[in-house]
Design a protein around this ligand. Structure first.
Ligand SMILES: Cc1ncc(COP(=O)(O)O)c(C=O)c1O
Length: 442
């Protein structure tokens, strides 16, 4: 494998001279040579610089065209620059960008999110991280409890409390966590996904304000819930007076109302971000009627309303809301999801066929229009098992191999996402390339 990686690294460097030049120049003005730390992680040693992205494709500064299955790590699940969103943004930008006043679009979006997710009342933020942060704060305020509970190997954005992990049964900060404000055990309880007994054990202490979870883990590969897990989770949270926040930021891939609507979940709070405005920064968090009513009784409407740690100057700006309205009305429609999920099935079948043909002990999992492969034979049942199935070297080789053949996968795992603009030919190109590398490795 090291020779294969060497070969692919050489090819990448040879075929991307302009990107390499720009990456070198960037070192003078950007910390670590990149505008955002995650971008140091691209497989070729330097990132590809893009010049244009439309639909499911983009072109780079060296003239290569790529099929994009990364789609901005979900934020462009709509496809790049979808026409209805672009039109709405252009029109709104001429009529105001941010005012600290509501627009009618906010009402429309609130109603539409209520229809999709089944929670009646909504607020807006600019990122899913913020939506989670605000939701946690509100849950703490409502319950008077200090802690939250998350599942091991979760990811919910750069929310301090969520960078907790289990090490020999103890809660510690995840490796790589930058500048934690306090030891994570002070803020967070952690249990393995699908472990109902551990969940019960941790919640009976009575100090957890809320469980924050994705409805299926997606950030350590996809880890699906066991049958009955969500029922048990809802049960024990209700019994212990713990609020349940379901983070649908990635699992929106399961359908127009995310996993919550697709599987009839009953969370107290839903958070969602990334794709809902076609890539324009926007996020939302919604409440059950009961929680909304309790919050309204509790939250200030006076001079303290703007210093409580919720909201933000440009949150709910009219540009984001116009983008959300257009995206929900005309891009991420019910019909679009049907087609995207069918494409996901085709992608999954292509990968599964190649794994079988070449006798590899890997597997592929799909959640709606999101597909992911992992380097172990069986599906993991929790985050630790999934993490143990990771192989950074193989991961890098696969990503680079694909990139050199015109395919962009999500950098942090082997994830591919279907957009309304993705075509069957795009999938078939991936299947052919995946088959080729599987042949070299098998
Ligand atoms: C489930 C989940 N929630 C929240 C976030 C945070 O999103 P953002 O980085 O846009 O704030 C992420 C980011 O990957 C995520 O995967």
């Amino acid at each position: 494998m090291p020779e294969l990686l060497e070969r692919e690294l050489d090819r990448f460097a040879r075929e991307h001279p302009r990107s390499r030049e720009l990456a070198r120049e960037a070192e003078a003005s950007l910390l670590q040579g990149v505008p955002m730390p995650w971008m140091v992680r691209w497989a070729g040693g330097f990132p590809v610089f893009a010049v244009e992205a439309t639909g499911a494709r983009f072109r780079d500064v060296d003239g290569h065209e790529y099929v994009d299955f990364c789609l901005g790590d979900t934020a462009a699940m709509t496809g790049h620059s979808p026409e209805p969103t672009v039109r709405a943004v252009a029109e709104q930008a001429r009529r105001g960008i941010t005012l600290m006043l509501p627009s009618e679009d906010a009402l429309w979006v609130g109603r539409e999110l209520a229809r999709r997710f089944g929670l009646p009342r909504w607020q807006f933020a600019l990122t899913a991280t913020d939506a989670n942060r605000f939701a946690i704060r509100l849950c703490r305020e409502l319950t008077g409890r200090p802690k939250i509970l998350v599942f091991n190997w979760c990811y919910h954005g750069s929310v301090d409390e969520t960078f907790a992990t289990l090490s020999d049964g103890r809660v510690v900060a995840r490796q790589g966590n930058v500048g934690p404000p306090v030891p994570l055990a002070e803020t967070t309880r952690v249990v393995e996904w699908n472990d109902v007994e551990a969940l019960e054990h941790e919640l009976v202490y009575g100090d957890v304000a809320c469980v924050l979870t994705e409805p299926a883990l997606t950030n350590v590969g996809i880890v699906l819930p066991d049958d009955g897990f969500h029922r048990a989770l809802r049960d024990v949270t209700r019994r212990t007076g713990t609020l349940l926040i379901v983070d649908e930021t990635h699992t929106l891939c399961a359908g127009p109302g995310g996993y919550t609507a697709a599987h009839g979940l009953e969370p107290d709070v839903v958070t969602v971000g990334k794709a809902i405005a076609g890539g324009i920064p926007a996020a939302a968090y919604g409440f059950s009627e009961e929680v909304a009513w309790q919050l309204e009784a509790l939250l200030p409407r006076d001079e303290y309303a703007d210093i409580g740690g919720i909201g933000g100057t440009v949150a709910a700006n009219v540009l984001s809301l116009a983008a959300m309205r257009a995206t929900l009305a005309d891009v991420l429609t019910d019909a679009a999801f049907e087609r995207m999920i069918r494409l996901g099935e085709r992608f999954e079948a292509g990968v599964a066929g190649a794994i079988e043909r070449h006798g590899l002990s890997w597997h592929v999992t799909r959640l709606g229009c999101r597909v992911e492969y992992l380097f172990r034979p069986e599906r993991p049942r929790n985050g630790s098992e999934a993490a143990a199935g990771g192989d950074p070297e193989l991961d890098r080789l696969l990503h680079l191999y694909a990139l050199n053949r015109g395919i962009l996968l999500t950098p942090f795992h082997n994830m591919a996402l279907m957009s309304p603009a993705t075509s069957e030919e795009d999938l078939d190109l991936h299947t052919a390339v995946f088959d080729e590398i599987a042949g070299e490795l098998g």
